[in-house]
Design a protein around this ligand. Structure first.
Ligand SMILES: NC(=O)c1ccc[n+]([C@@H]2O[C@H](COP(=O)([O-])OP(=O)(O)OC[C@H]3O[C@@H](n4cnc5c(N)ncnc54)[C@H](O)[C@@H]3O)[C@@H](O)[C@H]2O)c1
Length: 368
């Protein structure tokens, strides 16, 4: 962040729309962010677009140029769309672009809030707005996605592959401390530690042990422990008993998609890939992927990107703007202007226009 001549903060955002519906939702997100910034007139946002994507990979044989990380480090935040193309294997695209940014930039805390928006419906019969309001904290630097393993006897009938999960005390301690702090800052002060230490008797036992140690630093936080399989049933049957949830890279990846669906649609859920030390820029993205089945149709739900934009503003310290944007998006949903995945008929541009119109309505005096 650097102050402008007017003395107000100015943030440089790197935008990487990438693949599928990524460009459609990022375009919507940038439009809304620009509208909000110019209407509030209390901070400046500038965007620089990077064409790193599966098309870039097919042209250059790699997803990122050599100086990509050095370039990204000059920005205050990164706004990311989605990566994945039908003609590139998913492990190439994920490791080539998204993980190639998250891991070296030490964005070790992946934060995934979920709630039922006003005016939308959970598929759960008895779950209303306010009864499902969670934050899932996902360990984002190692665990099952540490990339440790290999293939031996390739092509032989006895071909063998290993995928080794890595749990280091350093990384488990830092994600636990982060999760406990998030829980402590929320009204219910309740943290559920997800594990699978009955079957995975090494890494997951260390995970539980460190959770118990860090719990002593946070006496105000109530902690409970759930096996990941039982956690899925609790999320469906007793959503109101959960608040903040911490889980490994793989477990939280799966649970957060379930959470998004339980809240109404994967099209509303945001993700923050945070470097809590703030040495590196953090990266913000909707949870969903490239959505090949609806790419180019103009019907992608942009709400996940708007909520992502909210999380980015909050992380940058623009609390008023972040909270206002989320409230505006909920109001638009409440007014019934929603895409097909939420049971509506609006398209991406109509939802975006409705959010911009609501910004104008709320901030008429400050309009530029
Ligand atoms: N962070 C990422 O970049 C990321 C995350 C997940 C998947 N992917 C990649 O995306 C590709 C497709 O993966 P997938 O099909 O498993 O998951 P997906 O999230 O792309 O799609 C799952 C389903 O949800 C729907 N959907 C997703 N976002 C939506 C939105 N904003 N509005 C309305 N409907 C929406 C899709 O139409 C599809 O039916 C794969 O290449 C995968 O690797 C990338």
């Amino acid at each position: 962040m650097s102050p402008t001549q007017t003395g107000r903060p100015s943030y440089r955002i790197a935008s990487i729309p990438a693949d599928g519906i990524g460009p459609e939702v990022i375009e919507a997100g940038v439009e809304v962010l620009k509208k909000l910034a110019s209407s509030l007139n209390t901070f400046d946002l500038t965007f620089e677009n990077f064409d790193w994507s599966s098309d870039y990979y097919k042209k250059h044989g790699r997803y990122l140029p050599d100086d990509a990380l050095t370039t990204l480090k000059k920005f205050d935040a990164i706004l990311f769309g989605a990566v994945g193309a039908p003609d590139v294997p998913d492990h190439i695209s994920l490791w080539g672009l998204r993980l190639a940014i998250c891991q070296p930039l030490q964005q070790y805390a992946n934060v995934r809030p979920t709630k039922v928006f006003r005016g939308t419906q959970s598929p759960l019969r008895n779950c209303n707005s306010g009864e499902l309001d969670w934050v899932i904290i996902r360990e984002n630097s190692e665990g099952e996605y540490a990339g440790h393993g290999g293939i031996s006897h390739a092509g032989q009938p006895w071909e063998c592959a290993t995928e080794v999960s890595i749990f280091t005390r350093h990384s488990v301690e830092r994600i636990m401390r982060f999760a406990f702090q998030i829980a402590a800052d929320r009204p219910r002060k309740l943290l559920t530690v997800v594990t699978k230490s009955n079957a995975q008797r090494n890494g997951m036992v260390l995970w539980d042990k460190i959770a118990a140690e860090i719990a002593e630093e946070f006496p105000d936080v109530t902690v409970d422990k759930m096996l990941v399989d039982a956690m899925t049933t609790r999320m469906v049957l007793k959503p109101e008993t959960l608040d903040t949830i911490v889980a490994t890279n793989l477990h939280a990846d799966i649970l957060s998609d379930l959470a998004a669906a339980l809240a109404g649609s994967i099209g509303i859920a945001p993700t923050s890939n945070l470097d809590p030390t703030r040495k590196n820029p953090s990266m913000f993205e909707p949870i969903h992927g490239s959505a090949f089945d609806i790419t180019g149709m103009g019907i992608a739900n942009p709400v996940a990107t708007f909520w992502t934009a909210t999380e980015m503003l909050l992380w940058l310290g623009e609390r008023e703007a972040g909270n206002l944007l989320l409230d505006i998006v909920e109001t638009v949903c409440e007014n019934g202007i929603v895409t097909k995945d939420l049971g509506g008929t609006a398209n991406t541009k109509e939802v975006t226009a409705a959010v911009c119109a609501e910004i104008e309505k709320r901030l008429p005096a400050k309009k530029v």
